[in-house]
Design a protein around this ligand. Sequence first.
Ligand code: ACO
Length: 324
Amino acid sequence: MKANIKYLSSYLPENIITNYDLEKTLDTNNDWIVTRTGIEERRIADKTESSGDMAIKAVNKLKEKGAFIDDADAIIVATSTKSYTFPSTAGLIQKSFNIKNSCLAFDISAACSGYIYALNTAASLIESKECKKVLVVASEKCSDIVNWQDRSTAILFGDGVSAALLEAEEGDKGIISTDIGAESNDEILIVKGGGSASPITEENVEDKTNTIYMAGTEVFKKAVKTFDDTINKTVKNANLELKDLSLVITHQANTRIMNAVAKNLGLSDDKFYVNIQKYGNTSAASVGIAFTEAFESGNIKNGDYVLLTAFGAGLTWGSTLIKF
Ligand code: ACO
């Protein structure tokens, strides 16, 4: 029994913030941002639109494409920017779409690797026959946890959602190999404020401890090495070789990371699907947004092997290899 991807969707807020817009409030410029990251613009949600609201819009788009979700056995939402401490965003989706009461509904906190963590968990639930149909959503309103006065992080992030419906199917199509990993590190990538270690107070809001701290260069190096390892492991698990991959879709964090990974693996840059220029880093949502776009624009054909991979805070990482 395999977990096959039956429907994909994404939702991006309409409001576009370009690098030129950021030049007006930060000591930065379009050339620096494009050269160092590949980002040209990002979408930023309205103040009144929560990540849960955005998640519901992405699931609605799945339904518009024909997905029947009322009988989903599980709803897994990857988010680091949830609407409420509780209930979970998965619970909000269940209520909004009147999904049956016997379904599992829970959120995953794995930062930028959240979509992969959720997909691989969904695959395990399906392969073990615990579930037949699993709804996966990755929803992030990064703009709420960005320090808009810090040029080293404010230029990177955007808001968005991706969603997928997976179903149990016999045959050779679907998720054929997965990898997942973690290595605790609270020094190079962290949002300190907001949890019980540092509840939000007037002082730490003032100090911006409720926003993203990232030691960019350390994260960059760690990301490149980890992507190499997890991609190799996942391809090997499937008894395939790197040359068999039709498309690689990484977490959209930085084009220089993607280029370095391609070079290390001996793959051409055009095997890597890139849309970071339009949306920036949308954390957990980014792989799924790029995957949906690649699929809808005809970049994925029958018989293709598509590898999804991500790295993020935690530190966390993982890969999913799918046969179409
Ligand atoms: N505009 C202009 N100059 C800037 C900006 C900016 N926006 N930001 C930093 N600089 C300056 C720095 O101050 C520094 O100046 P200095 O040399 O005078 O000290 C110089 O540019 C170089 O800064 P670095 O931080 O060394 O730049 P780097 O080339 O490393 O690029 C970046 C920074 C883009 C953040 C990169 O390190 C990166 O992409 N890191 C990985 C991000 C990532 O993968 N995150 C993982 C997931 S995120 C998650 O899980 C939530």
